[in-house]
Design a protein around this ligand. Structure first.
Ligand code: ADP
Ligand code: ASP
Ligand code: MG
Length: 415
């Protein structure tokens, strides 16, 4: 037998999407269990189930209580975990399903986007010592008042990595429906290439910019607690992508990935007085209304006035506009305009720290495709542009081909 290690495996929705898939996953778990390793498993809801439950709740009430919505959507994971534990028992693997409150995955009370504060590992440690597989429900926790909470879309990744950190696992395997982390979403760009390794920081950027293969909070946990994360396919045994601390050679790569997000809206407050406190008077009420703001751009003021533009998810556009109009009136701004149907495309790479020219090349590529750039934002290791929703795919493919395709070498050398 190879050295005994401690493994946490997280299976995503497609991986447990049907009874047949659950049986296949049980066989995979059995193989690891039979090798003598200590194994805990986190499961997502069967694919489509979380969306179905959300729609059911929203059909019941136009403004469902966030507490009840969490109570509702958390049931998807209860089903898949119980089914997986049954399938394991059937093939002779002792297994027990555990919900968030049974493990005690303690979170804050922000329903729909709760943060994990602590995990009681005693029940999982007991399962390890009894050679029983703990099958833990992803995505859910419990607050101080015993209310059920959920961790935001894609939150089972975070459950997996947080448990791996808490039990000091040797590896957290994220088993999903692609072979690993790619240079961009392989469903949008067929030329996307699987990465063998990616740094925590690059993965943080990609996840925050829309690459949903890992939820951003799972990468934050992995980085903070140095959990080695292995993203790989649940459909075969091939090696996937390791998310690891930065290595020297990573800096040599100018652009490591292209990420995108659809369905964004841009809100502009026009003719805002250019004086201290005006930005706060706009963004404080938006924060209080739990609106997540993405890019913010303030123009250079002329005649004591300026324009302030920011982006939000399209779903928040109407409520954002209502708040912005109220603020505009109270600070004496000229008015508010909004534009929906936008998307954001970003290029990410550690190598950008030391190279000029990436932005210029990016804008040139988009110009060639006749894609209009509506906003730009940069950081040390990424450049993002806002474009029309229906141009997102073309922008992703063109940028991927320029920076990461077969002809990209010349670009790297000239930058
Ligand atoms: P799971 O249900 O296993 O959690 P998700 O659908 O949440 O799976 O995440 C996997 C999906 O992420 C892939 O099917 C792919 O379409 C998408 N994706 C987006 N960007 C990337 C990327 N850079 N690398 C791999 N997959 C990506
Ligand atoms: N089931 C949840 C979702 O669809 C959590 C997850 O799959 O990670 O977002
Ligand atoms: Mg996911």
């Amino acid at each position: 037998m190879s050295k005994r290690i401690r493994i946490v495996q997280k299976y995503g929705g497609t991986s447990v999407g049907t009874p047949e898939r659950i049986r296949a996953v049980a066989e995979r778990i059995k193989r690891v269990h039979d090798q003598g390793h200590e194994l805990a498993v986190v499961a997502s809801a069967m694919s489509g189930e979380t969306n179905r439950l959300l729609a059911l709740g929203k059909g019941m009430s136009s403004a469902p209580s966030p507490r009840e919505l969490d109570s509702l959507v958390s049931t998807g994971e209860q089903v898949s975990c119980a089914l997986l534990a049954m399938a394991l028992n059937d093939i002779g693997v002792p297994a027990v399903s555990l919900l968030g409150h049974q493990v005690r995955i303690q979170t804050d009370s922000s329903f729909g986007r709760a943060r994990i504060q602590s995990i009681d590992v005693s029940r999982i440690e007991r399962a390890f010592s009894e050679r029983c597989v703990a099958v833990v429900a992803g995505f859910q926790g419990v607050d101080d008042d015993d209310n059920i909470t959920t961790l935001g879309r894609g939150g089972s990744d975070t459950t997996g990595v947080a448990i791996a950190a808490a039990v000091r696992a040797d590896v957290c395997e994220i088993l999903t429906d692609v072979q690993g982390v790619y240079t961009t979403d392989p469903r949008v760009c067929p030329d996307a290439v699987k990465l063998d390794r990616i740094s925590y920081d690059e993965m943080l950027e990609l996840a925050s910019l829309g690459a949903k293969v890992l939820q951003i909070r799972s990468v934050e946990f992995a980085k903070r607690y140095s959990v080695p994360v292995h993203v790989r396919s649940s459909f075969d045994d091939s090696e996937g992508t390791w998310v690891v601390p930065e290595e020297g050679s990573m800096e040599e790569i100018l652009v490591s990935g292209v990420a995108f997000e659809r369905d964004q809206a841009k809100v502009t407050v026009e003719g805002v007085p250019d004086s201290p406190g005006v930005a706060a008077s706009l963004f404080v009420p938006l924060a209080e209304a739990s609106v997540v703001i993405d890019m913010i751009v303030q123009n250079v003021g002329t005649d004591g006035h300026t324009d302030m533009t920011f982006t939000v998810a399209e779903a928040d556009a109407a409520s954002t506009r209502a708040i912005a109009e109220k603020v505009a009136k109270s600070v004496g701004a000229r008015g508010v305009s909004t534009q929906s149907g936008l998307g954001k495309v970003s290029v990410v790479g550690l190598g950008m720290r030391n190279h000029a020219g990436v932005a210029a090349r990016m804008f040139d590529v988009l110009a060639h495709e006749h894609i209009n750039i509506r906003m730009i934002s940069t950081s040390e290791i990424k450049i993002s542009v806002v474009v029309d929703n229906d141009k997102v795919d073309a922008a992703v493919r063109a940028l991927h081909s320029a920076f990461l395709g077969p002809d990209a070498k010349a670009v790297r050398e000239s930058a």
